[in-house]
Design a protein around this ligand. Structure first.
Ligand code: ADP
Length: 519
């Protein structure tokens, strides 16, 4: 048995850290005791140490499976710098390099060997591995094994067979930053990890302040924001290459040193733009979600999402790139209802039609995040399965000092209208009925005869539509995603209808104004 005390001295001698972070020690102790383990930590939590330290105290070579080619090279370079023998095997190697590396690996020259999962599709590669002494396999980005994850990779499915193929089964350490309870179960089931061997550290990032901004001129917002935070490093994520180009050009015009990154640029340009940002030559990076995997830049003070991303997993991963150094940083999402249409369209176009319902469900949680009036940090953490979370008291919702108004009666109007319409329609149609629209479809269905027809005719359809989104985000209405999203009343919603639960909402600017103007 390897003495666990040794790990602390390895941590300080090689990595220069005086103590383990929460979760690291436990994950390391588990694997050194031979327990297969799932380690769930937020981005920047320090997952790499969880396999790098064991690799230095174990006999043999630790295999690290990672789908991120650029991360492999960065990590291997960093390990070389501190004198740790390591190498990687992926598609960027030439045939000679590949054979050279494999020869060294079989001779036991490396303490860590990083491998891209695609390699396991080759039987001869697996046979070669069997000639090595492998005490542990670390599976990074382990959510890629799950259909329920946001980045499913079929080659991850091979891993189980590979692990079983060894004469002596290596210890398995699966690592991920983004695991909802369903994904966690799936990882444990597939890799046969006992679920009680899960090490999960807080998803709360107490130095991040979240906010969602709706109905703003996005370009103007970004321009003003970047100016206000002049000299600070920040990332602006946009959903499309075109939007990246536009925002980047706009910033350059205003004299900001901005870099850009998306899949439409050449490899060389992407690399040089990334370098400019990492070296602080460009303060702002404007990018699609292609940017950021494995980027370890600690002083990013803000992340702005120019458009709503497709799910909470992506959002928290991207936003979480802010403030890795622990200093206060801001994460702002600019929302427009057009974003929902764009993301729905992208999901509908996706290759794998079987995954569409799961993707739409994830999208709905993202939309709910944009409409909730409760603590944003709490919303995120609860999404990732942590219960008993306190309000953060920092986010835009927690610090929103507008008065709270009771809106129970209005919510009841909406809910009863949904029921009277047979719970078969989407938001737009419901808003039309409530505002008393004479739209052809409304008349055809005879909805003008309903008692709830025109119950909110003093408001416009857009307002009512937003209000419905708010009710969905509070879980009083649910969305069923078929060919079209259909809205129904949830169990909690029934409690509002019967008056058991009261609903409150923060006053809008207009409401406040009216209240103030009122003598
Ligand atoms: P993850 O893979 O979870 O996103 P990393 O392994 O890249 O996170 O670590 C994030 C940052 O935290 C790195 O800069 C790393 O050097 C630092 N770090 C990791 N462990 C510790 C520790 N015990 N003490 C201080 N800093 C640490």
């Amino acid at each position: 048995m390897i003495p666990i005390e040794k790990t602390v001295s390895v941590l300080s001698t090689y990595f220069g850290f005086s103590s383990f972070r929460i979760g690291q020690e436990q994950a390391i102790n588990n694997v050194l005791e031979g327990k297969d383990t799932l380690c769930v930590m937020p981005t920047g939590g320090g997952k790499s140490i969880c396999y790098q330290v064991p690799a230095l105290v174990m006999e043999g070579t630790v295999l690290v499976i990672s789908p991120l080619i650029s991360l492999m090279k960065d990590q291997v370079d960093a390990l070389h710098q501190i004198g740790i023998p390591a190498a990687y095997i992926n598609s960027t190697l030439s045939t000679e390099e590949y054979f050279g590396t494999m020869e060294n690996a079989i001779e036991g020259r490396y303490q860590l060997l990083y491998v891209a999962p695609e390699r396991f599709e080759s039987q001869s590669f697996i046979q070669q591995l069997n000639r090595m002494d492998i005490p542990m396999i670390a599976i990074d980005e382990a959510h890629c094994i799950s259909q329920w994850g946001h980045d499913f990779r079929p080659s991850y499915r091979m891993l189980n067979r590979v692990i079983d193929s060894f004469g002596r089964r290596p210890v398995v350490l699966a690592l991920t930053a983004t695991a909802t309870p369903a994904v966690r179960d799936d990882i444990c089931n597939q890799l046969r990890i006992e679920s009680e061997h899960t090490v999960m550290t807080g998803f709360e990032r107490s130095n991040l302040t979240f906010s969602v901004i709706k109905g703003q001129d996005r370009e103007k917002f970004v321009k003003d924001y970047v100016k206000k935070n002049e000299g600070e490093a920040g990332i602006i994520y946009a959903a499309t290459r075109k939007a990246v180009d536009q925002v980047h050009a706009m910033l350059e015009r205003t004299g900001v040193k901005a870099a850009k990154y998306h899949a439409g640029l050449s490899d060389v340009l992407r690399q040089s733009e990334q370098d400019r940002f990492l070296m602080d030559e460009a303060t702002v990076m404007v990018a699609t979600n292609a940017f950021g995997m494995g980027i370890d830049k600690s002083n990013i003070r803000y992340v702005i999402h120019y458009q709503m991303p497709k799910n909470m997993e992506s959002y928290y991963q991207e936003a979480g790139r802010a403030g890795r150094d622990g200093l206060d940083s801001e994460c702002t999402l600019l929302f427009s209802s057009q974003d929902v249409i764009t993301q729905r369209f992208l999901i509908d176009q996706s290759q794998d039609s079987q995954r569409i319902p799961a993707e739409l469900e994830k999208l709905q949680s993202m939309i709910d995040y944009c409409h909730t009036e409760s603590c944003l940090q709490k919303f995120i953490i609860s999404y990732f399965g942590e219960n008993d979370v306190q309000d953060c008291s920092r986010c835009a919702n927690c610090t929103d000092t507008r008065e709270r108004f009771e809106v129970t009666v209005d919510v009841q109007k909406v809910l009863s209208c949904v029921i009277r319409m047979g719970q078969r329609f989407g938001k737009t149609m419901i808003a039309q009925v409530l505002t008393g629209s004479r739209n052809k479809k409304v008349m055809e269905f005879g909805f003008d005869k309903l008692t709830t027809y025109g119950l909110m005719k003093e408001r416009n359809a857009k307002d009512v539509s937003d209000f419905i989104e708010f009710i969905i985000s509070e879980n009083y209405l649910g969305v069923e995603n078929g060919q079209f999203p259909i809205i129904y009343v949830t169990e909690q919603g029934k409690d509002v209808l019967t008056g058991v639960v009261k609903v409150y909402r923060k006053g809008t600017v207009e409401t406040k104004q009216i209240a103030k103007d009122d003598p």
